[in-house]
Ligand binder design. Structure first.
Ligand code: BES
Ligand code: ZN
Length: 614
């Protein structure tokens, strides 16, 4: 049990969460589209976790407008402590009387968000798909929840939630809807109520509201999106969603959250997907009309176990969330498409890992599995490394002990830490303990160089992957490499029978060459294969990268066009980085033109990339 003076294990919160735990949150908000604000109050039920009888509750906030605060119904004193960048402004609430260990207090805080809120994006009707209504959505991971409401903004604390939200438009949150006869508030808005009975960390708090309708994509799933996009979104997801859920339930254990729904957001959503409970939030760029990007859904679904039930206790142990999720995602894909596909996906992942290590430099702190984030912004550390180094670590252990044995460990791990948060050392202790009675596995695990895996920067050892799905595209890339000296004549039929993901691997191969493609050949490739116009945005994006690396000026225009069409950071950041290399004025002009279209998180990251701003 934590005591008052211990240092919290999460360095990215200013809250004194070692003394208090928020066990339940009631969030009452009016969505004010005209003011671009959430206005309401948040009630925390805090439990004291210290014998020292702390009289202060310190919460994370970031650019919040705070009104009256009541403690157990009585007006209370509070103050802001000095701001600490990049973590925000701590809010100190002073209690009249001390609270004994395990005693509880209820703290009710009146709060309004401000225009500096980093978690919310407010869209005008013109920025939405059918241009009829405004739209708003949240993105709280990693440490943006504090810009919506005062909280212990750490994944080490989990609370149950009630959401009471009024809006003129449909509302989705990370709770299950309490379906009831509709209630209308004074303003004429409807009250939407939700409850989340599984304790969740603050970063899984989610809210969205806009003109959306829903269609079923499985017995426990709907897709929600703009009415004019509903049919295509339904088609994209209905073939796989329930199949994925059934598959992972056999690998781990049954899904506990009730419904698994997907909200397809407007194009400025900054991530591919976000595993908000009940409603995965996803970018419209996964709706590629070929069902080739549903691995994002497998990934976000897998978070329902890794991350949402079993959670990293701080962003320093982020691999426990993402590495495990990539591992489970690839197990789902293997069960559906065969083991060769798991290896295919891992090869793509290895390339992303190599790129990230190159980007940071092979000795960089952020290339470690466990990162030191003291004083750092977790968004700055974000990369493929926790995903892919984490996956490779688990894959390595799977190979070490053998798949049948590792399969038994999976449900054990997810049962042991269900509804809890953990660090990497608890993971290690748990797996060593699990295999203790198995002499052979135990020996291998004890011989494993844990410290090297945890703390060595750079690439881990490369496993042997089954290359059967990449060999054909490697061969095609070789033919291109032989140009212009060979007699190879590129034809549209070269790509016949290839999955979009194989085309991606082909393009990645081209990007790997030391000597880039000539501008002429790059252009020829785009024309013959119809790449820049691909409705699969992953393909279009990589082709533009190939073109830019080749110095083919004709890709500049389609690049700026794409940058105005999608706000997903995975595409936006590398496209801007490369665009500024070949034409910085165009990059700056394009950013100026679209910066209001981007989500505040994306806007901030691109500003850092282009101007080195803090
Ligand atoms: N949880 C992440 C997104 C995230 C991470 C948001 C850190 C904010 C901070 C989500 O599960 C994710 O990994 N999304 C990926 C998709 C995926 C298939 C790897 C993405 O957005 O590209
Ligand atoms: Zn993830």
């Amino acid at each position: 049990m934590a005591v008052a003076s211990t240092t919290p294990r999460d360095p990215n919160t200013l809250s004194n969460y070692n003394n208090w735990r928020s066990t339940h949150v009631t969030a009452n908000f009016d969505i004010l589209f005209d003011q671009k604000k959430l206005v309401g109050n948040v009630v925390h039920k805090f439990k004291s976790t210290t014998e020292a009888q702390s009289r202060e509750i310190i919460l994370d906030t970031s650019y919040l407008d705070i009104g009256d605060i009541k403690v157990d119904g009585q007006p209370s004193k509070w103050e802001f402590l000095p701001a600490v960048a990049p973590y925000g402004t701590p809010l100190k609430i002073v209690l009249d009387k001390p609270v004994e260990l395990n005693g509880t207090v209820e703290v009710d805080i009146a709060v309004k968000t401000t225009d500096k809120c980093t978690a919310l994006q407010w869209l005008t009707p013109a920025q939405t798909s059918n241009k009829k209504h405004p739209y708003m959505f949240s993105q709280c991971q990693a440490i943006h929840a504090r810009s919506i409401f005062p909280c212990q903004d750490t994944p080490d604390v989990k609370s149950t939630f009630d959401f009471n939200i009024t809006s003129p438009l449909p509302v989705m949150t990370s709770g299950l809807p309490i379906r009831q006869s509709s209630m209308t508030s004074q303003s004429g808005n409807k009250l939407y109520r939700f409850h989340q009975s599984v304790p969740i960390p603050s970063y899984l708090f989610a809210i969205a509201s806009g003109d959306v309708s829903e269609a079923p994509i499985g017995p426990r799933s709907v897709v929600a999106t703009s009415p004019d996009k509903l049919d295509e979104c339904k088609w994209e997801l209905e073939a796989d969603t329930e199949n994925f859920i059934n598959t992972i339930e056999k690998i781990v254990y049954p899904y506990v959250w009730g419904e698994y729904n997907v909200l397809i957001l407007p194009p400025s959503f900054p991530y591919g997907g976000m595993e908000n409970p009940i409603f995965t939030f996803a970018t419209p760029s996964i709706i590629s009309k070929d069902r080739e990007n549903v691995d994002v859904i497998a990934h976000e679904l897998a978070h329902s176990w890794s991350g949402n039930l079993v959670t990293n206790c701080s962003w320093e142990h982020f691999w426990l969330n993402e590495g495990w999720t990539v591992y489970l995602e690839r197990r789902i894909l293997a069960a559906v498409h065969g083991e060769a596909y798991r290896h295919f996906s891992s090869i793509i992942g290895w390339k992303a890992l190599k790129d990230s290590v190159e980007h940071f430099g092979e000795d960089h702190e952020f290339t470690k599995l466990i990162t030191d984030l003291k004083g750092k912004d977790p968004d700055d550390a974000f990369s493929s490394i926790p995903y892919e180094k984490g996956f490779n670590f688990l894959f390595h252990i799977e190979n070490l002990v053998g798949k049948p044995k590792f399969d038994k460990f999976i449900p054990h791990y997810f049962t042991t830490f269900k509804c809890k948060s953990l660090d990497s050392y608890e993971f290690k202790a748990t797996i060593l303990d699990f295999f203790q009675s198995d002499a052979e596995a135990s020996k291998l695990l004890n011989e494993l160089d844990w410290d090297k895996w945890f703390y060595a920067p750079g690439l881990p050892p490369k496993p042997v992957f089954d290359t059967s799905m990449v060999d054909v595209v490697y061969a095609l890339a070789k033919k291109w490499e032989s140009l212009p000296d060979s007699s190879f004549k590129p034809q549209a039929s070269d790509l016949e029978g290839l999955a979009a993901n194989q085309i991606l691997v082909f393009l990645e191969q081209i990007l790997l060459w030391e000597k880039p493609l000539t501008p002429e050949l790059s252009k020829l490739m785009g024309e013959v294969y119809g790449l820049s116009k691909s409705s699969n945005i992953e393909v279009a994006n990589l082709y533009l990268q190939v073109g830019m690396k080749a110095g083919d000026e004709s890709v500049i225009e389609p690049t700026t066009e794409l940058l105005g069409r999608i706000g997903r950071m995975k595409f936006v950041r590398p496209l801007f980085r490369n665009l500024q290399k070949i034409n910085r004025p165009v990059a700056l002009e394009t950013f100026e033109k679209y910066k209001d279209f981007y989500h505040p998180i994306c806007r901030g990251m691109v500003e850092k990339d282009l101007f080195g701003k803090k």
